[in-house]
Design a protein around this ligand. Structure first.
Ligand SMILES: NC(=O)c1ccc[n+]([C@@H]2O[C@H](COP(=O)([O-])OP(=O)(O)OC[C@H]3O[C@@H](n4cnc5c(N)ncnc54)[C@H](OP(=O)(O)O)[C@@H]3O)[C@@H](O)[C@H]2O)c1
Length: 323
């Protein structure tokens, strides 16, 4: 495993981060624990979750992924300090007007709930899941800074923030002498490029922010399991999720065919080549990969050894270009 600094910080994280949105949604507890074990065994130290995971799944009230990570930690002989646990705040977690958002009121209760579920007394990376237009930035940033000073949170990150707002938060933190966001979690992959590349990429490079892209396989599209003109495999995310189905265009299927071709030349899977394309970009710290089973995890983990040639990269850049 390769380890990288999270942006300009001294924190070393594995070059692949394990996402846990599947836990209690499309992955059983047994499979989730096996995936966590296999990830750590392969040298992974970076795990991403959120308080709300995965409240959209039937029978899942939210908080399940954090709870399972906490239970897994309690039953393994892994010292807490060997892991970098990232979680998020913003989504609705309880009833009432303050049950969601980025107010001081919501954050202060939400962090205690996350710590309890995760069975830990600190979160390594605490991320705002998406912006809250109804709370002043300085209120959110002061509350987050208090958590850093109290030792409950070590680093701060933002997810799903547009460039103008992220720039403004960095400016406000600087003005007020507060801990700043050191990491961005954007939606970014070969089939979803413009949102990150338009302005956020240059901002992260310039400001030394770590970048941990989510859905780096397009929710499974970039594994090659969806075939043009065929129905999605039963039980796959693409069988029900519009987020995957919207990738199923002729242009994107051509990208998958190219990934297959490049994969054959490098003895790598489609998923590994898709992740290798992200890792070839120096602004990227750790793509957050998702896996329901250890078989799926294995098919992605080798991405670090799949070195793309300049020509491979140039062809993929051109085929998936958004301009
Ligand atoms: N900040 C945010 O707003 C946000 C949003 C989304 C995700 N995230 C984070 O990012 C993480 C990753 O997101 P993601 O799950 O969308 O990532 P992804 O890596 O693009 O997709 C993962 C999904 O692809 C399928 N898959 C993976 N490997 C496969 C293989 N070898 N063969 C066949 N199918 C395979 C599985 O779905 P099926 O088997 O069910 O088809 C798996 O759940 C999440 O867990 C979460 O931590 C954050």
């Amino acid at each position: 495993m390769e380890y990288r600094n999270l942006g300009r910080t001294g924190l070393k994280v594995s070059a692949l981060c394990l996402g846990t949105m599947t836990m209690g949604w499309t992955s059983s507890k047994e499979d989730s624990f096996a995936v966590l074990d296999a990830f750590v065994e392969a040298g992974g130290n970076f795990v991403d979750t959120a308080d709300v995971y995965s409240s959209w799944a039937e029978g899942n009230p939210g908080g399940v992924a954090e709870t399972w990570i906490g239970e897994w930690l309690a039953h393994r002989d892994i010292p807490r300090h060997q892991l970098v646990i990232a979680t998020k705040v913003r989504g609705r977690m309880w009833d009432g007007p303050n049950g969601e958002g980025l107010s001081r009121s919501h954050i202060m209760k939400a962090v205690e709930d996350s710590l309890r579920r995760l069975n830990t007394d600190y979160v390594d990376l605490y991320q705002t899941h998406w912006p809250d237009e109804e709370t002043p930035l300085d209120e959110t940033l002061r509350a987050l800074d208090d958590l850093v000073r109290q030792g409950k949170v070590r680093y701060l990150g933002a997810s799903n923030h547009p460039a103008w707002l992220l720039t403004k938060t960095l400016w406000v933190s600087d003005e007020l002498g507060l801990a700043r966001y050191d990491c961005l979690q954007p939606h970014y992959s070969l089939v979803h490029r413009a949102e990150f590349e338009r302005e956020l990429m240059a901002l992260c490079q310039d400001q030394g922010l770590g970048v941990i892209p989510y859905s780096p396989l397009g929710g499974g599209f970039l594994t090659g399991k969806y075939r043009k003109g065929e129905s999605p495999p039963e039980k796959s995310r693409g069988a029900s999720s519009g987020n995957v189905q919207r990738h199923m265009t002729d242009r994107n299927f051509a990208v998958v065919e190219k990934l297959e071709e490049i994969g054959k030349a490098h003895n790598a899977t489609v998923a590994q080549v898709a992740i290798a394309w992200l890792l070839a970009n120096s602004v990227i710290t750790s793509p957050i990969i998702g896996a329901n089973t250890t078989t799926q995890l294995d098919a992605t983990m080798g991405a670090l050894s799949a070195q793309l040639t300049d020509e491979d990269k140039a062809v993929l850049d051109e085929m998936s270009a958004w301009e």
